[in-house]
Design a protein around this ligand. Structure first.
Ligand code: 13P
Ligand code: SF4
Length: 362
């Protein structure tokens, strides 16, 4: 579904008018509405979120709260899909702008994953468990559900991968090679046990022996925002600010996370910084809106982005106050705009993989 171009009556509104009308629509919808917001959302939007969180917290919320009729998801498409899969049938999930996708999720197509799976089954022996990062399409989550696998997020990847490694000889980890590598290494695997599968190469670009001796096969996907952080950025901030602490998201390259003092999900980054003593200096390797918010909310700590260009997730940025207002006012007029509905057969299998994650990590 494509995004409708908003009428000029939304783009002509001033910031104050937008705020007033969003507030009024929210109030009129009352308990029928819940607004969920991911930490990368801009301030003008996140301030209206009833619940803010990382992907895991937002999925937990969707699975446990059955009271709101409308869930307006200020985040990206795969998050809204997961909320639809985990919420009750009478709950309707709305993504304010349909162009809020995720380039990483688009890097693993179901046909490509099925082809990889067939090759792995044919060429290797033993059990393989597929694990997909939350940042993937519902069809990929369903694939994992069908094959005894699970979903993970950046806050529970170690637990989920540990669970899978105990049960299987190999993991096929989709679609973020960096999260897979960082987590596998943390669990004690060697880099040579984690080859990368390039879906555009014959056998993923690997020799058969390499696949046979592997423990984790890493899909060749990445986050274009986090991949921009480089080891040189860590070296630069450390030479400029000798007592700085570097904290990065596990979607960053292995070389960056290895040089960091702390690595974790957006929720972990917030907790670490807000609980650190006043006067602590931090360089943060994640999306710029979260870094700026941390800076504003912690004036007694020195906080800078790890890369001075400031990495922006342009798809998260698609959700703006104009689209939020349009969504809420449409709901008030009795229309459900941009409803995210995962087809029932895909949803059933995706739910298995998502619920498995929730069980493993609770
Ligand atoms: P978390 O909020 O789960 O850490 O995920 C970051 C992210 O990239 C979401 O797209
Ligand atoms: Fe996708 Fe990266 Fe944006 Fe997260 S930050 S939504 S992984 S492109």
């Amino acid at each position: 579904m494509l995004q409708t171009v908003l009428s000029e009556r939304f783009s002509r509104l001033t910031d104050d008018q937008l705020d007033d009308r969003i507030r009024a629509a929210r109030e009129a919808l009352g308990r029928r509405l819940v607004i969920l917001g991911h930490h990368y959302q801009r301030d003008e939007v996140i301030k209206f979120a009833d619940v803010r969180g990382d992907s895991f917290k937002l999925a937990q919320w969707a699975a446990s709260r059955k009271d709101a009729e409308y869930i307006v998801f200020c985040g990206v498409h795969f998050m809204a899909e997961s909320a639809d899969v985990l919420s009750a049938d009478y709950q309707k999930v709305v993504l304010p702008d349909m162009s809020a996708g995720c380039s990483m999720a688009d890097m693993a197509g179901l046909d490509q994953v099925e082809a990889c799976w067939e090759d792995l089954k044919r060429l290797t022996s033993g059990k393989i468990t597929p694990v997909t990062y939350m940042n993937s399409a519902a069809s990929i989550k369903a694939f994992c559900g069908r094959h005894g696998g699970a979903v993970c997020t950046s806050s529970n990847a170690s637990v989920v991968m540990g669970w899978a490694l105990e049960r299987a000889d190999k993991i096929l980890f989709l679609p973020d090679q960096h999260l897979g590598r960082n987590t596998g290494y943390r669990l004690g695997l060697g880099l040579d046990e984690m080859p990368v599968w390039d879906p555009y190469e014959e056998l993923g670009g690997n020799a058969v022996d390499v696949l046979r001796n592997s423990r984790v096969i890493l899909w060749k996907g990445h986050c274009s925002v986090h991949q921009r952080f480089l080891p040189q950025h860590v070296q630069q901030v450390r030479s400029r600010y000798p007592d700085i602490r570097v904290i990065s998201h596990p979607e960053c390259r292995f070389e960056v996370t290895q040089l960091s003092d702390e690595v974790g999900s957006t929720e972990h980054i917030i907790k670490c910084i807000s609980e650190s003593p006043a006067g602590t200096n931090w360089a943060v390797g994640t999306e710029i809106h979260l870094v700026n918010r941390l800076k504003n909310e912690n004036p007694d700590r020195f906080i800078i982005p790890l890369d001075d260009c400031g990495c922006l997730c342009s798809t998260m940025f698609r959700i703006d106050p104009q689209h939020l207002l349009w969504s809420l006012e449409s709901l008030l007029e009795g229309r459900v705009p941009n409803q995210i509905t995962v087809p029932p057969d895909i949803a059933a299998n995706a739910r298995i993989a998502l619920n498995r994650m929730l069980e493993i990590s609770n």
